[in-house]
Ligand binder design. Structure first.
Ligand code: NAI
Length: 466
């Protein structure tokens, strides 16, 4: 047993934890970061955002080669899939990026410790691996992330009933895949396997897909995904499952009251994630969590125990890597004695289907509830020159403003490259900008970004190309 002393001990090296570690080190703190996994980067880099995007990009290229190249006059015969190679490429991307995080911690002189952390007191953390060591510290930051939520009657078995982790590494393309949950995970991984040849059925308890999104855009996204071959059963709840040697059957109660049985080679359960705090010893030292297991924190990220902070998926709010990152930066600055905060009104979110669905701020439904009067502007990708040139015409941009002031309160983009386009809207919202600000800004032509300018013009009824 060895004893070491730090200013800050961080538990978890995901986007929240490792970013906080680097920022705290930049500010002169002596920092240790404890991670139980061999590879750094958390869910995002190891089994989440990054590997899923690698597969989304690969599978989209495959789908384009099969379905779209010919419309561009490109003739490619005998297109076939080398899944093993596709998965290997994904692993390489992950390896490069997780290795990059290790280098960054080293460069910033953050001590990285592999093991399971247990908080002994507000000033002491135990690290358990083959041996055990104790770290003395002034502050502790919990950034231990989240894990997939299970359905009680459908426990994960890693083979037939799987979570997102296994769905990133199927060794063969399932001939039929049932996805439970039409959130980002279900739609992204459903898209991957559908493009690679699976017959995909998405079963969703609510009457719509992507529950938090603007209804107009999520309804359009559903139509596009249906055109791509994905089947949806909405307002449907899964009742029971029978796991066989080669397949798995589930009983689904439909909105109509009818019950149907569906069979697939595999079922992906994507019904949300839950905070991961196992073994941290939070209860013993008085750190209080809410009924969903999220650690309670104040606006300074302080838990109910002075000196212990928490950020990311383990506290309330959207479980997004970039939200965790922002909290990590702000929390490190606060611990180092600076004034810092996160603007939760301007956190974008993206579903990486194709087309992508990206949004920031309020949906039209929320805006109607929160504001006396709102205005909105829309512009379809179909009317955009670059979208036409690229043959990527599905989708639209919708901008919502407070009618009294013209201040932008929500932007929603369904379309090609929406994940990158949303940054413009986020910056304008961060600056408290108006639709007029975007409408008066020169956008390069021909670009997808002109859809945003046109939607802003449409807010004041002076759209040009529609
Ligand atoms: P989610 O909570 O976003 O969506 C889960 C869906 O499952 C909901 O629509 C819910 O109504 C449905 N559902 C729940 N129980 C059900 C049942 N018994 N039968 C049928 N449907 C049921 O969860 P998801 O997609 O698993 O994502 C988890 C977290 O990870 C979310 O917070 C998400 O924001 C984050 N994430 C974000 C990504 C992104 O930003 N692109 C990608 C992946 C995850």
């Amino acid at each position: 047993m060895s004893d070491k002393t730090y200013d800050l001990v961080i538990i978890g090296a995901g986007p929240g934890g490792y970013v906080a570690a680097i920022r705290a080190a930049q500010l002169g703190l002596r920092v240790a970061c404890i991670e139980k996994e061999k590879n750094l980067g958390g869910t995002c880099l190891r089994v989440g955002c990054i590997p899923s995007k690698a597969l989304l990009d690969s599978s989209e290229l495959y789908a384009q080669a099969k379905q779209k190249f010919s419309t561009h006059g490109i003739v490619v015969d005998n297109i076939s899939l080398d899944l093993k190679k596709m998965l290997k490429r994904k692993e390489k991307v992950v390896k490069t990026l997780t290795g990059g995080v290790a280098s960054l911690l080293k460069k910033n002189k953050v001590e990285r410790l592999q093991g399971t952390a247990k908080i002994i007191s507000p000033n002491c953390v135990e690290v358990l691996n083959d041996t055990s060591s104790r770290l003395n510290t002034t502050s502790i930051l919990v950034a231990s992330g989240s894990v997939p939520a299970e359905l009680p009657f459908l426990p994960f078995d890693g083979e037939r009933i799987v979570c997102s982790t296994e769905a990133l590494s199927f060794s063969t393309v399932p001939s039929r895949l049932i996805v439970i949950g039409a959130g980002p995970i279900g739609l992204e991984l459903g898209s991957v396997w559908s493009r690679l040849g699976s017959q995909v059925l998405v079963v969703e308890a609510m009457e719509r897909i992507v529950a938090g999104a603007d209804v107009e855009l999520s309804t359009q996204l559903q139509k596009v995904l249906e055109k791509q071959g994905i089947e949806f059963k909405l307002g449907a709840s899964v009742k029971a499952a029978t796991v066989g040697d080669k397949d798995v059957s589930i009983e689904i109660a439909l909105a109509s009251g009818e019950t149907v049985t569906e069979t697939a080679d595999r079922i992906l359960v994507a019904v949300g994630r839950k905070p991961y705090t196992d073994g941290l010893g939070l209860e013993d030292i008085g750190v209080i969590c809410d009924e969903r297991g999220c650690i309670n924190v104040n606006d300074q990220f302080q838990t109910t125990v002075p000196g212990i902070y928490a950020i990311g998926d383990v506290v309330s709010g959207p479980m997004l890597a970039h939200k965790a990152e922002e909290e990590g930066l702000a929390c490190a600055e606060i611990i180092a004695g600076q004034v810092s905060q996160v603007n939760y009104q301007a956190i974008p979110s993206v579903v990486y289907t194709w087309p992508e669905l990206a949004s920031v701020g309020l949906t039209e439904e929320q805006a109607l509830e929160d504001y006396e009067e709102i205005a909105s502007g829309r512009f379809p990708f179909m009317a955009n020159g670059r979208a036409r040139a690229a043959d990527d015409c599905d989708g639209l941009v919708k901008i919502i403003t407070d009618k009294k002031t013209d201040r932008i309160i929500g932007v929603h983009i369904l379309g090609a490259r929406a994940s990158d386009l949303i940054a413009e809207a986020t910056i304008v919202m961060e600056f408290g900008g108006s639709a007029e600000d975007i409408a008066r800004t020169c956008h390069a032509h021909p670009t997808f970004s002109e859809t945003i300018k046109e939607a802003a013009l449409d807010v004041a009824g002076r759209v040009i190309h529609k």
